[in-house]
Design a protein around this ligand. Structure first.
Ligand SMILES: [Zn+2]
Length: 407
């Protein structure tokens, strides 16, 4: 093989040196590129470490994180999503999933080509590193942007409410009061041709903040005064998937968005919006989001919200009364009007339609997620809203008694 002679031998040495140097730099860059995702995966233990450390001092989490850091941070991260009519979080999720599928396809194609020097082990390690790196970024940002709210002291402690477990008489009294509210409020509301509550979704979304405006000043410091109006909830593209997992709504901490299932049964919709808005306000625990969501509904000037809130927590309270005093529960159920029962039947039919293997599997995963955030009751923690409702009634009774004693 003939080779061309180099007319500038010293120049050639010089260029060779530059080439070798640049090759070394490329190799180094490649190695760095491969190590990068693995280094990012260290954010997993970092996020866990922050969560674990913060768990030692809930009061500090309340004063420093919930009152000072979370309000401006959530305002900042929710800003891009406010500009879009659809969910930014879902868009990012679709992009991530598409990237993962493309990457997997490239890897499988390389494997199938059976090229002898195909670096499958190196690529596999790179893909695994990418996945762990992504998990690290998502988890650490979840903890810092919202997850620390799980470690705030319980609302009952912050408000100095008594924490004794409710007795049967108190539970029955609560159910009777809520059933009375639901019956009376439902009379003011329209029904569709099936006799089920008619709800204008646009109206619910437009008026979602009215109850919260009244609540913000009343429940300090649970809802910090510095808390801004959260971004408008979005109807999820993944609504069919949410239906199959029996989910009405969810909160995305990375974009500050509340996502709503577009097929949520009408009677449950206003309360679901207010529940998700509680999460947007930094109320992480599910029982507390139910409680704050209910209070926002109860203070709402429109009976639609008041009804939706009353019937939602009535369901939780009745489930507990059935377990301890079935005869009393039967009597209260018999007192519900035909319209309230029609709404209940419509929601039960929706749940029955979508219940299945997927919802059971998702339920187990979600239960595990809640327990990992320190919510020992898992999915059953939603029902603990009843304890808060009864504690609030006790405080109201005590305030009345003190007022009488004074006069
Ligand atoms: Zn929730």
């Amino acid at each position: 093989m003939a080779m061309a002679r180099d007319p500038f031998p010293f120049g050639s040495m010089w260029w060779n040196a530059i080439e070798v140097h640049s090759q070394m730099k490329t190799e180094l860059a490649k190695k760095k590129h491969q190590r990068g995702p693995w280094i990012t995966s260290l954010l997993l233990p970092f996020g866990y470490g922050i969560f674990w450390l913060a768990g030692w001092d809930p009061e500090l989490v309340e004063r420093l994180y919930a009152e000072r850091v979370f309000p401006p941070v959530s305002r900042l991260i929710s800003w891009p999503a406010r500009l879009l009519p659809w969910s930014l979080g879902e868009l990012l999720l679709i992009l991530i999933l598409a990237g993962m599928v493309l990457s997997l396809m490239g890897f499988v194609r390389g494997l199938m080509a059976r090229t002898p020097d195909f670096p499958w082990m190196l690529l596999l390690l790179k893909r695994a590193g990418g996945l762990f790196g992504l998990a690290g970024v998502l988890y650490a940002s979840f903890v810092l942007l919202w997850g620390l709210n799980y470690l705030r002291p319980p609302i009952a402690n912050t408000l100095e409410w008594p924490s004794e477990p409710p007795n049967v008489v108190e539970l029955q009294g609560l159910c009777e009061a809520l059933a009375l509210d639901a019956n009376q409020l439902r009379k003011e509301l329209p029904s569709d041709e099936r006799g089920v509550l008619r709800v204008d979704r646009q109206f619910v979304l437009d008026r979602r903040n009215d109850g919260y405006e009244r609540l913000r000043g009343q429940l300090m410091p649970v809802l910090p005064a510095s808390m801004h109006e959260p971004s408008r909830p979005k109807i999820a593209i993944f609504s069919p998937l949410m239906s199959r997992s029996l989910t009405y709504g969810m909160y995305l901490p990375w974009t500050g968005e509340a996502l709503l299932n577009g097929s949520t049964p009408a009677p449950a919709l206003p309360f679901s919006v207010c529940h998700e808005m509680a999460h947007q306000h930094g109320i992480a625990r599910e029982d507390e989001a139910n409680f704050i969501g209910y209070l926002a509904c109860r203070l709402h000037p429109d009976p639609l919200f008041r009804y939706s809130g009353a019937r939602a927590v009535l369901g939780e309270a009745m489930a507990q009364l059935w377990a301890v005093a079935p005869e009393a529960a039967k009597a209260i159920r018999a007192s519900l009007t035909r319209d309230v029962l029609a709404d209940e039947a419509a929601e039960a039919a929706w749940l029955h339609l979508h219940k299945g293997r997927f919802s059971r599997a998702q339920g187990r995963v979600y239960d595990g997620y809640l327990k990992a955030q320190g919510q020992v009751d898992g999915v059953r923690s939603y029902g603990r809203v009843v304890d808060l409702l009864i504690a609030e009634r006790r405080m109201a009774t005590k305030a009345q008694r003190d007022h009488k004693d004074k006069n």
